[in-house]
Design a protein around this ligand. Sequence first.
Ligand code: GTP
Ligand code: MG
Length: 488
Amino acid sequence: MTGTERAGDRRVVTAVDRLCTDLAQGLPADARAPFEAVRETLHAPLRLAVVGRVKAGKSTLVNALVGRRVAPTRAGECTRVVTWYTYGSPDRAELHMVDGSTRPLLLEDGAVPADLDVPASDVRRIVVHLQAGSLRDLTLIDTPGLATLTAENEAATRRALLGDGTSTAAAGDADALLFAIREAERQDDFDFLHDFHRASGTLAATAVNALCVLTQADLFGSGDLSGGDPFAVARGVADRIALEHPTDFSAVVPVSGLLAQTARTGAVTETMARHLTALADTDGVLLHLWRQTGPPDGVGESEMAALWDALGPYGVVAGREVAAGGAASLRAWLSSTSGVDAVDAAVREQLLPRAHLIKAIRALSVLSTLLHLLPEPEEARARLEAAHLDPDLHPLRELRALRLLAAHAPDSSLLPRLEAVVDAPEAVAREAGAAGGTDADAATMLRRASAYAVGEAARTVVPTEVEAARVLARSYQLLARHVAGSRR
Ligand SMILES: Nc1nc2c(ncn2[C@@H]2O[C@H](COP(=O)(O)OP(=O)(O)OP(=O)(O)O)[C@@H](O)[C@H]2O)c(=O)[nH]1
Ligand SMILES: [Mg+2]
């Protein structure tokens, strides 16, 4: 995990926090609430929403990521209410109603009930507090499917993530998206994604805050029947999507939520491994037909059904050999095969290290929708715009320039230098002084690098390079100021 906090990112949060307080200063206490709410989100864990078409396997993946079977899943349209899984003790859940009231929700065997005793349209969200390590630095948001049979379900997701166009909710509740695509992407997937990017602010109109998961990877191709590898087919599709949509996602990861859920929620037992091993000599194609032909000798109908539910056809056929090694081997195989470790890695390497910046981007965007609540909205807008030029907020501009450059001009010579100032500014400053010179010499070196970048901005005609070079020039200048200032 590379989630170490950088001083610059902390300064971004402090600057936006200050801005919230300053803007709301003249308001009476009760009118300050929306601004306070924005401030609070800056200090809360990153909110990652799992979004996608109905039946993409979102809730199954949420269970795998949480490490508990807490979200209801089923073959028919299932999730009807936006549900937050957040860190807290003791384990409990509550309904946040549309009318602003809150009431407790009893978990059934530790899981959210699939059916509520109130109409889903009366509930704004369910919040589930769990003492799960996976939620310490991340709140996961499960959402009703897009493109559903029930327009109301899709509307709930759009409201929660894109906002209802009114006030505080205008940029929605999520900082980042885990976008679930099953089989292949469709145009309406991207329509939604672009709406989300717009809602999360112009600074975020890049792949900064969205990862894509290609779900149900165990069902790709005809792998399980032909003896091929469905995950290899899914990898090919994922690579194509990544290539064709470089600005939409920072990564595209194939995953089988089902295998991951089974591996990570304590569902793999020695009994399961034994039943699976008992199928070792049955022909794979025959196994697929077991519902018609009956289960093979030595395994009962309900046991076979349980294996099928937990592992799917690929998991049953391909997992038999490894199951001979017992539950621990089966669990390890399911976990690594499922691809969920790669999803975790993408979240931890691409989203969490930049959580402060991503949250700050969203907070600025929400702030811009609250200005009408202030006595002098025009003056407040000017202050907000001026804040974008605040040196403390420069990391936001760096991040955006880096993503655009990586997507549109990946061979640019500016890329490694921009990466260096984004990921390790202290090292850049150190290197500038590495020739053994004084701090003043280091500052001079950085100013020279800045002047050189200004020249590069003038020489290139590629728009993303022009912006990157300008951003880099300012980065070097700010670093020079920092080096000179800190050693005085
Ligand atoms: N084989 C296989 N089946 C899966 C996988 N993920 C989910 N499923 C099955 O697909 C069905 C739908 O899964 P859910 O997780 O409920 O899907 P969802 O996207 O949350 O559905 P909605 O909430 O209705 O939009 C369930 O029957 C799951 O068991 C997977 O990776 N592989
Ligand atoms: Mg669901």
